[in-house]
Ligand binder design. Structure first.
Ligand code: BV8
Length: 268
């Protein structure tokens, strides 16, 4: 397995031969934009306990506290811009015959960078859901005018994200597994690869014959399973690994890229 240096990487030519390319990202891809990660040294879980803030029980117990935390994260994310890693992934989408971006991030920065074929596995912090009607609406208020925010029906709104102990949206999960099962290249960027079920996707891709490449600041449980692992900052490594001369963002023609469902995923 190749580690830590871009030259000698097969990724570029594997991408040239690939029909279907899948990218899985985590908090590390947004770190250079100023969005705190979860488990890093300055990670959110250093200061806060996930079970106090990112679980349905925590919300039932204290919706104000949970919303104060999400409002604080929204104010922080609102000041952030996509970085070179986001742009490189958006460019890779335009160069790939078939492409799907699976992100664990709720910050919306991939879309801002121009990514289109995205599955937000854990939801989006800029969407809210009525806990009575289940209606999902976009809410870009920074800061939120009132905490906790309420639906016009009077019921509480909750962030439209997936909390620990909650199932991922069935369609998102099915698309993710179908893509992992049928891709030629599976690129993993900026995730500690511990949160399930997302952390299982690279293994499924490898089992199904995909070429798996990890780009992360530090080794993870995925490193021994990847064909290549490159450790460093994604914003530096990705443009080099993808051979994108820095500064060329956004000038490639888009080609259609629809994933037809191969088979309902037996594994879920
Ligand atoms: C479920 C949304 C069941 C909210 C999030 C025991 C064993 C196995 C599984 C479990 C278990 N106990 C519980 C579980 C299940 C649990 C889980 O996996 N827990 C883990 C902690 C063990 N999973 C769940 O609860 C899932 N649901 O299982 O439901 C079910 C099933 C059917 C029916 C009913 C119920 C739901 C999981 C989703 C939770 N929601 N986010 C919010 O954001 O507020 S998870 C949240 O944390 C993020 O979305 C993300 O997914 C995760 C953080 O992971 P990463 O993104 O990887 O971030 P992290 O900080 O950890 O790592 C960043 C990496 O980047 C680091 O390695 C760092 O080195 C690197 N890095 C830093 N800077 C850079 C960089 N890399 C490159 N460049 C840089 N510049």
């Amino acid at each position: 397995m190749l580690t830590d240096r871009s030259e000698g990487s097969e990724l570029h030519q594997r991408l040239e031969q690939a029909r279907r390319v899948v990218v899985l990202t985590g908090a590390g891809v947004s770190a250079e934009s100023g969005v705190p990660t979860f488990r890093g040294a300055d990670g959110l879980w250093q200061e806060y306990r996930a079970e106090d803030l990112a679980t349905p029980e925590a919300f039932r117990r204290n919706p104000e506290l949970v919303w104060e935390w999400y409002d604080w994260r929204r104010q922080l994310i609102a000041k952030c811009q996509p970085n070179m890693a986001h742009h490189a992934i958006a460019l890779l989408e335009r160069q790939s015959p078939e492409f799907l971006l699976l992100t664990q991030n709720v910050d919306g920065l991939h879309r801002l960078a121009g990514s289109v074929q995205i599955v937000e596995l854990h939801g989006n912090i800029w969407c809210v859901r009525c806990i009575e009607e289940g209606k999902i609406t976009e809410n870009l208020d920074v800061p939120l005018p009132s905490i906790p925010p309420r639906c016009e029906c009077g019921a509480l709104l909750r962030p439209d994200v997936v909390w620990f102990g909650e199932a991922l949206p069935a369609d998102a999960l099915q698309m993710a597994f179908a893509a992992a099962e049928s891709c030629d290249v599976f690129l993993v960027v900026g995730t500690s690869a511990v949160v399930q079920p997302a952390a299982s996707l690279p293994m499924i891709a490898r089992q199904r014959g995909a070429y798996v490449v990890e780009v992360n600041l530090e080794p993870t449980p995925l490193t021994p399973l990847a064909h290549e692992a490159h450790h460093g900052k994604a914003g530096d490594l990705l443009p080099r690994l993808l051979d994108f001369p820095v500064g060329t963002s956004g000038n490639f023609a888009i080609r259609n890229s629809q994933f037809e469902m191969s088979s309902p995923n037996p594994g879920v």
